[in-house]
Write a protein that binds this ligand. Structure first.
Ligand code: ZN
Length: 178
């Protein structure tokens, strides 16, 4: 009997968005990189707005629950947590679903600090966290002209996944047992 056709799409796109308010007395971390600035980003965990948007993009591409559902802001375990943990869990789920990352694009919207001098370092850090080459990682930055969001950092991220050549393990086991 032939194995059931794999219904997973060949490619899958994911999108994530996040915002955090600037707050005094906390370090500023964006894309896993510490930035020199007088304020950091508030909220649960380390407030890494870019890693949160990226985590939601990866989770969205496989139609998994979002970051707030998997890592509730009210859960004490995630207070001050390194957001790289959230991205690692999204990657684990992505691999289990049988996908790998083709590329990602992102945009940060914030007044200060200027991201241009950090963009290379942020791209490098994200490429390491995702274990993909840096030429597949784009980080752009804009200032919030006329938006009235001067005291916030906003991040948008899109990620494209491709289906791995091999079928997911469960399907293979099923096939072998016939
Ligand atoms: Zn967030």
């Amino acid at each position: 009997m032939p194995a059931k056709a794999d219904s997973r799409p060949e490619i899958s796109i994911g999108y994530g968005w996040d915002s955090h308010e600037f707050k005094s007395g906390v370090p500023l971390k964006i894309g896993g990189v510490n930035l020199a600035h007088s304020k950091g980003l508030g909220g649960h965990s380390d407030g890494d707005v870019l890693l949160h948007a990226l985590t939601d993009a990866v989770l969205g591409a496989i139609a998994a629950p979002d970051i707030g559902t998997l890592f509730s802001p009210s859960d004490e375990r995630w207070k001050g947590a390194d957001s790289a943990l959230f991205l690692a869990e999204a990657l684990r789920r992505m691999k289990a679903a049988g996908y790998s990352i083709v590329n990602l694009d992102s945009t940060l919207i914030l007044l200060q600090p200027k991201i241009s001098s950090y963009a290379g370092e942020i791209r490098q850090k994200i490429s390491e966290l995702l274990a993909i080459s840096v030429d597949r990682v784009s980080v752009k930055a804009k200032t919030p002209e006329g938006m009235g969001t001067e005291n916030a950092a906003i991040a948008h991220a899109v990620v494209l996944l491709k289906r791995a050549a091999r079928a997911p393990r469960r399907a293979q086991v099923k096939k072998l047992s016939r």
